[in-house]
Design a protein around this ligand. Sequence first.
Ligand code: 3NM
Length: 211
Amino acid sequence: MIDKKDLQLYFIMGSNNTAANPVHVLQDAINGGITVFQFREKGISAKTGAEKFDLGIQLRSVCRENNIPFIVNDDTDLAVAFKADGIHIGQKDESIKDIKKRIPKHLCAGVSVSTVEEAILAEKQGADYIGVGPIFKTKTKEDALTPIGMHGLGTIIEKVTIPIVAIGGINNKNARQIIQAGADGIAVISAISKVQNSEIAAGELKKATNL
Ligand code: 3NM
């Protein structure tokens, strides 16, 4: 299970989200105050096989040493092999209902949603939290949908009771309104991974999400 407060500042990264060493970026992000990390090795020039596994192991170690929950994107077998704290899936992946049957009980399972219907279904099928997005325009996800905006986020917040983390184009200028709208946290990639100083960036986002 994942605590609501662990979702406050949810950092996601794979090797193609940074020009720097991802292990260093993750450590800086943790120093700045992230509360959970998702390993998302996806898209152009993403690592596969042993290289993906090796990077994941290194990132998991950094999380373990710092008591930060480690979540794996998409790959249930990898999440189990990593002894991760959770798995995160999208709408095109296997259903959360089936995944929950296959994973150890202590692993949390999150689902990406962008509509009220998907959110209600995810909750019904046992998701521990939902990632709602994209809220704003994002350059990070190649196949991102049309942004649902603050209004879209609000309609989903009204309809589900499981924890909600908002994603897509979130930065330190628009983060506060997400929390004020009632989300439990923000999930970001580029606002931490693609900046000069990830520690400062994470610190600013943390401050913005501390109401
Ligand atoms: N999922 P950035 S948007 C991984 O809408 C991801 O489900 C999204 O990156 C969704 O913080 C997105 O750089 C990319 O905008 C988020």
